[in-house]
Design a protein around this ligand. Structure first.
Ligand SMILES: Cc1ncc(COP(=O)(O)O)c(C=O)c1O
Length: 409
């Protein structure tokens, strides 16, 4: 078992030194966005310092941008474990890419067609499909999650997909309650019925190994700002399908290849940062060899770290705290815990913790259907997220503050 060297990792992240009210900030808001290492900041800054030109120029700086773009695509292919023929396309964020995909896909849908969404998903993998269905006349079918076990009901998925299902939109992991979904099994169910599958891996990406080839999904999107990179989204999808689909694009932009999915000028500096973020993950352990193999080793270590912190956290919670999520098998979840503390609203608890330099998120974090199902639409829950740079001391500090607030509440 490779143990992550958290202290060495932390020295690479300048933001982890931030102070608030005299104490170092403890960043538990990773599910909203991670901090970035020096290598990412340097890659972005070096691109801009060197001088970045737009693609298509007959000079070196333009060719540099093109190489940066290709480098980012190769890095994402390694991170996602894509198939040989997959395309990688970048966009402002996952939400924008998913709207582009849903618009293009649904242009061939009509009345009687069906699209399947889940109640475990972030709204970025729900609303684009609701809208696509409304615009095309297709019907929406919902897959619930079990509010006792917090798992997605794959049996129900098998029930709702049928010959008219055009697409299943499904999350790799819940950004609210941390449940990991067996997206490979979901894809098999969808494909058996002849439906396409779009996976949202935004929350899963910093926690678990993405393996597009093994999942065999048709499309998968994540965002680099959740896995230690800059604010940019990256979509992988079957090249043949993306080629065939009619992307919404301007006339002069390429009508073939992944470029047709990338509207306007890309953030080349962010693309430089994406490759650095993937390299950061690949370099987390002492593993040698090709980058994909090092990424696989890194995620094993990341997962062990997450489980150990999760166990410590659950053991130390005050009795008046309720966890909404899987607690009996930490391999089935990410270290993202939605909790409630008796006597305090989610906003009050987040504010109390924030005043102590402990950053957590509160509300629904756009997991609208999750909060509805948990009967927490009003105010939501406090969300605590651990990443590879989270330490046992930080977890203990959080538990101390929760214990103190439980006593005071
Ligand atoms: C699971 C999940 N999906 C989608 C999104 C939306 O991602 P983006 O901000 O890149 O549009 C988020 C953002 O928090 C998320 O957690």
């Amino acid at each position: 078992m490779t143990v992550l060297n958290t202290s060495a990792i932390r020295t690479q992240f300048p933001a982890l030194c931030r102070e608030e009210n005299g104490s170092t900030v403890a960043w538990f808001d990773g599910p909203s966005g991670s901090q970035v290492p020096h290598s990412v900041i340097d890659a972005i800054s070096e691109f801009l310092t060197r001088g970045g030109s737009n693609h298509g120029g007959a000079f070196a700086a333009s060719r540099d941008s093109e190489a940066t773009h290709e480098g980012a695509r190769t890095a994402i292919a390694d991170l996602y474990g894509t198939r040989k023929d997959d395309y990688i396309a970048f966009g402002m964020n996952m939400t924008s890419l998913n709207f582009a995909l849903s618009r293009a896909l649904s242009s061939s849908w009509g009345s009687g067609d069906e699209v399947v969404v889940t109640r475990l998903d972030h709204d970025a993998n729900v609303s684009p499909w609701l809208r696509a269905a409304a615009d095309s006349g297709a019907t929406v079918k919902w897959v619930p999650f079990n509010t006792d076990t917090y798992r997605l009901d794959l049996a129900r998925l098998a029930d709702v997909v049928g010959p008219r299902t055009r697409l299943v939109a499904i999350t790799h992991a819940s950004n609210a309650i941390g449940t990991i979904v067996d997206v490979a099994a979901a894809t098999r169910i969808a494909h058996d019925a002849g439906a396409l599958v779009a996976v949202d891996a935004v929350h899963y990406a910093p926690h678990g190994l993405i393996d597009v080839a093994a999942i065999d999904c048709d499309f998968l999107i994540a965002s680099a700002y959740k896995f230690f990179g800059p604010h940019i989204g990256a979509m992988a999808g079957r090249g043949a399908l993306l080629e065939e689909l009619d992307a919404y694009k301007v006339r002069p932009s390429p009508s073939r290849g992944p470029d047709k999915w990338e509207t306007g000028t890309q953030s080349f500096e962010a693309l430089a940062g994406v490759a650095a973020a993937v390299d950061h993950i690949a370099d987390l352990t002492a593993a040698n060899g090709p980058r994909r193999g090092r990424i696989i080793a890194a995620y094993t270590a990341i997962q062990d770290h997450a489980i150990s912190l999760g166990e410590r956290f659950l053991r130390g919670l005050p009795d008046t705290a309720t966890v909404f999520g899987i607690t009996d098998d930490l391999t089935a979840r990410t270290p993202t815990f939605a909790i409630e503390l008796e006597g305090l609203s989610a906003r009050q608890l987040a504010t109390e913790l924030g005043n102590r330099g402990i950053y957590v998120t509160d509300g629904d974090y756009y997991a609208v259907e999750v909060m509805n199902a948990l009967d927490r639409a009003d105010g939501g829950l406090v969300r605590i997220g651990f990443l590879h740079y989270t330490t046992e001391d930080e977890v203990d500090r959080l538990l101390g503050a929760l214990g103190e607030l439980a006593g005071n509440a």
